[in-house]
Design a protein. Structure first.
Length: 451
């Protein structure tokens, strides 16, 4: 199995992901990313390569980030240790300091025992698959082993948070004065920086999930447990709730009535607002095939095209870079605003949707009503040949369901990239109709593709 997954190297800390692996991975990264014109130019000028290293607050991040820093410094790379900061802050700081690359130690929304290593290229961008493959191969090759003055230094990045906060505040089209926001920081990387930023932007802030102890990250709080945030918003009579995940690259919201506002609705709000300001490049939004039919209809009503990609933020980002688009994301709340970030940024997203509340003088419910969310039923059919989705009988069943739904629904069959299963997703005007079609199609898939 390849070491790199869809979002870096991830696994059980001290299980798959050991200090030894982290050190060797850092050394291999120095070998591979230490090549190229910019790196060679620095070396020719007598300057060492540099990297930003950061982590989320899970306890294993302490020894894993130390191992990463040791691996880089032993390879002649100067390390700027930014401590506990969000993943998007790490990406921003790589670009802001003109570092050659960077490493974020985090397992995002996963539970505390897991951890991960995400590597960013120069400019704070995610690595393409081919570069990850080269790093993986370099694990078996020779390492850089400078001595004396050639070894790297490890320095504390003292103003990392301040630089990031100033950047976020400078992106806002409107202050947040007069809005009471409940922030759920998932006991994660946003706990230190998100409350400060929202307050500096003018909001009245109540904070939950902001007491990380290394073991409680994502535990019953954050974007994967929105019921806690909804209860707090209702109890406090707040205007809106904003939820981050463990590394704060996602944002979901809750309106004043406790109703969830998902990533599709957030993208709809931002897309229309950006178009009005002339900031939506090519009047196009990039979204995955899993985004709700309601998003497509809402965008069409506002003269905005939707470009679809495969599932995963890396595919969204690839399409955005290729087409020069300024907004894209996923239903899960991973939203990319490329004018201000190279990756999904939950703080940036949250600030901008609350700014729209203040600018338009509307509630979150009123803003979210820009799109109608169609009932969406997803059935995972397990124990089947995922490569057989092109089976003629299966495709006939899909075509029949699509024809029956007409303009009032949508069908999507998708093979899992990692498991022997096929995902059947149906959207329709009512949940009962969507469920009936999804169950019927799942039965055909099970009958035709069972292993």
């Amino acid at each position: 199995m390849p070491l790199f997954g869809t979002d870096g190297v991830r696994g059980l800390a001290n299980g798959l992901l050991t200090a030894e692996l982290a050190l060797h991975l850092a050394q291999a990264t120095a070998v591979v990313l230490g090549q190229g014109r910019s790196a060679e130019a620095r070396i020719a000028e007598g300057r060492r390569l540099s990297a930003v290293v950061a982590r989320d607050p899970r306890v294993s991040g302490e020894f894993l980030s130390a191992a990463v820093s040791a691996g880089l410094a032993s390879s002649g790379v100067d390390v700027f240790d930014a401590g506990v900061i969000p993943t998007p802050a790490t990406a921003f700081l790589i670009a802001d300091t003109d570092a050659d690359f960077g490493v974020m130690v985090s397992a995002s929304h996963n539970p505390a025992p897991d951890n991960g290593i995400k590597i960013f290229a120069r400019g704070g961008t995610k690595l393409p698959d081919i570069v990850e493959e080269r790093i993986e191969r370099a694990l078996e090759g020779e390492r850089l082993q400078p001595t004396g003055a050639g070894v790297g230094r490890i320095r504390r990045f003292a103003d990392a948070e301040d630089r990031y906060v100033v950047h976020l505040l400078g992106s806002l089209p409107h202050r947040l004065d007069g809005i009471h926001v409940v922030l759920d920081c998932a006991h994660g990387a946003a706990a230190g920086v998100s409350p400060e930023t929202f307050r500096d932007a003018g909001a009245t802030v109540t904070v939950i999930g902001a007491e990380p102890d290394g073991l409680n990250i994502n535990d019953g709080v954050g974007s994967t447990h929105l019921d806690v945030l909804a209860e707090a918003v209702l109890r406090l009579g707040a205007d809106v709730g904003i939820a981050h995940d463990g590394d704060a690259d996602r944002c979901l919201a809750v309106d004043a009535q406790g109703t969830i506002v998902d990533g599709d609705q957030i993208m709809a709000i931002l897309a229309v607002a950006m178009k009005e300001r002339g900031a939506l490049a090519h009047d196009t939004l990039v979204a995955t095939v899993m985004s709700n039919l309601g998003l497509h209809r809402a965008m069409a009503e506002h003269g905005i095209q939707v470009k679809q990609t495969g599932v995963g933020d890396r595919y969204v980002l690839e399409a955005m870079n290729e087409g020069g688009y300024s907004l894209g994301g996923e239903q899960s709340g991973h939203v990319i605003m490329s004018d201000f970030a190279t990756t999904g940024d939950g703080l940036l997203t949250g600030l901008h949707i609350v700014a729209e509340m203040a600018r338009q003088k509307k509630t979150m419910a009123e803003l979210a009503a820009i799109m109608t969310v169609y009932p969406q039923v997803l059935v995972n059919v397990r124990g089947v040949d995922r490569d057989g989705v092109g089976d003629a009988v299966v495709q006939e069943a899909v075509a029949a369901a699509t024809a029956e739904l007409g303009d009032s629904g949508r069908v999507l069959l998708r093979a899992s990239g990692t498991e022997p299963l096929v995902r059947v997703m149906v959207e329709a005007a009512s949940e009962d109709v969507a469920r009936a079609h999804a169950d019927r199609l799942a039965g055909v898939v099970r009958e035709r593709l069972s292993l």
